[in-house]
Write a protein that binds this ligand. Sequence first.
Ligand code: XMP
Length: 508
Amino acid sequence: MKPIQILVVDMGSQYTLVIGRTLRELGFRAAVLSPGKVESWLKSNKPKAIILSGGSASVYEDNSPKPPKNILKLNVPILGICYGMQWLAHKTGGRVVAHHERKEYGEAVVRFDTKDLLFQGIKGKNVVWASHGDSVEKVPAGCKIIARSQDAKVIEAMSSPTKLIWGVQFHPEVTHTKEGKKILVNFLKRIAKCEKDWQPADIVNDIRNETARIAAQKKAIIGFSGGVDSTTLSAVLAPVFGNKLLAVCINTGGLRRNELEEIKFNAEAAGINLKIEKAAARFRKAIGRQTHSELKRKRFKKLYGRILEEEAKRFKADFIVQGSLATDLIESGSAGKADLIKSHHNVGLNLKVKELHPFRNLFKYEVRELARSLKLPSSVSERQPFPGPGLFIRIIGEPPKKDKLDIVRWADGEVTDILKKQKAYDSVSQLIVALDCQRTVGIKGDGRVYAYSIIVRGVRTLDFMTAEGVQFPANVRREISSTVTKHPKIVRVFFDETNKPPATTEME
Ligand code: XMP
């Protein structure tokens, strides 16, 4: 697979994913990363173009998103969008101000200098979509103003070909900006000399070709959770390996309601042979009376790895296929160094059997598009993530005993059904339903009960590094609390709307 040419830094905008998607529509792959991951990614990648997204912060806020400073010294053309432009101006000697009479929200008419490479081939006066309070009042020395709002109050774009800096105050990635796509293509092709490289069918073929030699002589198993990564990877590899690849789903006992049926459905859609290994009792025993979340995770992981090794031996597999993505490898500090084959899985499991990592250069949003291009059902391509240790880490402060697992599984199923019925499920990136084992007093019928609480949390996020806590509408919250408290052991429902940070996505 060719190296990624474009780095998009997510500076906190709700449109960052739209930038990535628009670039793919235009035929370009991009790594979309939060600022914290950029430095380690840059150690092993050489982008030809960098885009800094918009964001809701002000450059003067203490905790405003900041890419690493050396990004300005890479000798790579940078396009700052909205907050991204303000950050560029602020860092290179310009002035950003919060002028309320200059704020824009919605369509704006802009006059462009069409001699600048960024605006070549577009109309001199055009409609854009803008959303900002702060704006650049003075461009840095050496930068030219290349667009202004019709009333000339707002500096809408700046450029410095010698400093390799371009900035636009509006959003070229949204469709309301009439010629936004042309502007992005100008930046990528005319300025940064990038070539088109995103074609899902080509990526699928690259991975198939890369694994074909191994598949000719070897057998492999793939740990199958039914999630987007393992299912899509199975669909990519099934035609290459044929019967020499077996999907193994370990039923840990921590799965959600109906999850086994969904796993079977997804395996069939991927065209892969599936074995379900029942291991609930082994996991309960391994975790034992452990209440500490990290220790629950460690014990879970150890047994999970051991069972995978047992299954590999049983199938006489030479390899275990893993769906590790570029982001997993970035987090483990091995981005770019990863080969197709590794004998040690530095992302986590440390298996004795060799592993294959065919998705090591891909990002989640790309895997979702591969799934769509392979015509996998939306139960695969749009599937929310679910942690390996599953419901075990959603029983807070108690060992995951069967009675507690049953309660949290039931509550999770009910909340999921309500959100789907109310069309609120697809708008969250992940739903978390947890059991708080601290008992509190309640009244059921005429009697006093002393029982548990359920915590419901929805998050919206790009990459789970940061996340926004979702506020469900009042009628949805009411339906959830009245339904869930029908369980004899549940007396209260809490809704957790905290952002990450400071909270994490999971409760434990
Ligand atoms: P946090 O809680 O760290 O979660 O904000 C971020 C994302 O990671 C998932 N997660 C896990 N996935 N094993 C997994 O396979 C785990 O132990 C684990 N812990 C968290 C979490 O569900 C969210 O999607």
